[in-house]
Design a protein around this ligand. Sequence first.
Ligand SMILES: Cc1ncc(COP(=O)(O)O)c(C=O)c1O
Length: 462
Amino acid sequence: MPENDPPAPEQPTLPSSERGSAGLPPARLGFATRQLHAGDRPAGPHRPRATPIYLTAGFEFEDFDQAHGRFAGTDDGFSYTRVGNPTNVAVEDRIADLESGVAALLVASGQAAVTTAILSLVSAGDHVLASTSIYEGTRELLRDDLSRLGITVDFVDAPDDLAAWDAGIRPATKLVFAESIPNPKNDLIDLAGLAEVAHRHGVPLVVDNTLATPYLLRPLEHGADIVVHSASKFLAGHGTVLGGAVVDGGTFPWHEHADAYPQLARERGLDGLTYVERAPRTAFLEFARRVAMRFGPAPSPLNAFLILQGVETLSLRVQRQSATALAIARWLEQHPGVESVDYSGLASSPHHELARRYLPRGQGSVFAVTLRGGLDAARQFTDALRLFTRMTHLGDVRSLVLHPATTTHVLRDGEQLAARGIGQGLLRLSIGLEDADDLIADLDHALAAVAAVDLVSTVGAS
Ligand SMILES: Cc1ncc(COP(=O)(O)O)c(C=O)c1O
């Protein structure tokens, strides 16, 4: 698919508010153009071409009345960085545009994005239905921390079974949560089908799109209502900062479900309006902004700037990383030391058909390889790698390796690991921008090291 050929939009995609207008023509531009220009508004008398870093706690009020206006909401200028900052807004507008959303919120980390999105939708007594195949940090937040606030959570153990989702939604369910590319197993789900199930019950679908990025997949175009990101991964791309984003699709009819979401469609502010009346298309995001403002996970404008730098090359990196990942997955799959490879780009993957439908531009660069020889092989392999970095991170320009069973998934017992298909020989790879041949040589060397130890122990035993 050509780089500048995204699906046609239903509405103008460049936010036109005074704060974020790019001044670009309203026509839909290609992804690579928008990752450089959307939300871009050279500001100030010196007209700096790069987005300036407004590293300031707050903004001066011109006079008494302006101070009041900023607090009363009659003047939408900036007041305090936790509430809003021009550098952060530039990133928000660009991410909203790239995700085909109507508005976005930048927060301090991916976990803050997930937490903000969920806390904007639930109250004590409510219920969340989530895929079991999600980032462990999110799973633990849902299971251990939300429960302390009186929010119950159920996990769908077979996320590709839409009937299981349908059966799991209760009257108290306020959101359905899934990831576009779950790691490490790449077990994709039918997002449009899941959105349809959620909407039939009057519930929004929230999708963590961290691993796909908007270059490979835009969940809002497949029926999702809200997207969240760990911007620490591919969006920033260089492993230097943490950040997170919440994106509002602007299509969920909150007003039709005012009993379920009174904070959006029933409770009135100082101006006598509900969030929905005040901003029909961005009501959720405006409320999420308030939640974030109160709970406090504000991103540093310096981090926002670094995320923006990353976003400007997103498509180039993700395209190349996906292509290299596919080449490596194919190479690994035929290696005698390898038991299996979980990559949806491979024809052997049970999720390949969904990948063809949802990920035609590439299937991402994070996947699992299971070695013959279990834990010992995984240890020897990991320690023999020279180019791959041993690290709990992904979406970096550098290639990374991690052993989930003893790290990210260490709180899961053997039975749960087996149910998720995460064996002791499984390693997660996040493919970076190095030359594919060099990465394959590194993997080859590490697999040879495993085989050499095997040989020694076989000879030793005989
Ligand atoms: C899919 C996914 N969502 C959310 C997060 C949390 O992001 P952060 O580390 O930026 O808080 C991660 C972190 O690894 C992730 O992989």
